[in-house]
Design a protein around this ligand. Structure first.
Ligand code: IMP
Length: 212
């Protein structure tokens, strides 16, 4: 008999994020759809002033058009020497459309002359999960690091080549996907809602009816 998997829609256009989240959830018997399965339903780019607001908005939109349990991450980089910038504007720090190379170069420019000990920063991820019945769950994860003076590594995406993890002696872009998924802000947020995802995975009929 063919196994029935519960379905979740991951509300992101960002391939880097989708790859990480799929890798994190691959142990669970959950079929993960992405926005590529809904080509005519683009998620409106976030306009909120906090990661939480943006994650909720994206998950809400996704659940409305899909009728599926939907999960969205909103994340970004907070640099202490820049008063928390780029924060919710991380994707479009150097303007639109999102260009990782330009964002990284702008960050290096803004931090020029600031010594390493003062280049502390963190990635923050807020994940929102909303069911078709309107139950809302959120979780936050953080990952602390330092912004280097030059790019290192080719893995990951976004600010990864500049984000140095002292305990690993490597930038995020020098980690494998599995290593990044052991330490990242997104994995920490996701781990907090893992029990919910386990329960979703156990629902062989794919429904989310009743409380999770
Ligand atoms: P969002 O899609 O609006 O949440 O934008 C997230 C932005 O934050 C991305 O475009 C990246 O610039 C940055 N970002 C978030 N998570 C990561 C990460 O794990 N590595 C590198 N950059 C990240």
């Amino acid at each position: 008999m063919r196994a029935m998997f519960s379905k979740i829609l991951m509300a992101t256009h960002n391939r880097g994020k989708a790859t990480e989240l799929k890798n994190l959830l691959e142990e669970l018997p959950i079929r993960i759809l992405t926005l590529e399965d809904y080509p005519d339903k683009p998620i409106v780019e976030e306009k909120g002033t906090s990661f939480l607001e943006n994650a909720l908005q994206k998950a809400k939109e996704a659940v409305e058009f899909s009728g599926l349990i939907s999960l969205a991450d909103d994340s970004g980089l907070e640099v202490d020497a820049l008063g928390g910038q780029p924060g919710v504007y991380s994707a479009r720090f150097a303007g639109e459309p999102c260009d990782y190379q330009k964002n990284n170069l702008k960050l290096l420019r803004f931090l020029q002359g600031i010594p390493l000990p003062q280049r502390t920063a963190r990635f923050v991820s807020v994940i929102a999960l909303i069911t078709p019945e309107g139950q809302v769950y959120t979780a936050e994860g953080r990952c602390e690091g330092v912004i280097l003076e030059e790019l290192r590594g080719t893995g990951g995406f976004g600010y990864d080549p500049l984000f140095y993890l002292p305990s690993w002696g490597k930038t995020m872009a020098e980690l494998t996907l599995e290593e990044k998924n052991m330490v990242s802000h997104r994995c920490k947020a996701l781990r907090k809602i893992a029990p919910l995802l386990q329960r979703i995975g156990k629902r062989r009929d794919g429904s989310s009816a009743g409380r999770l």
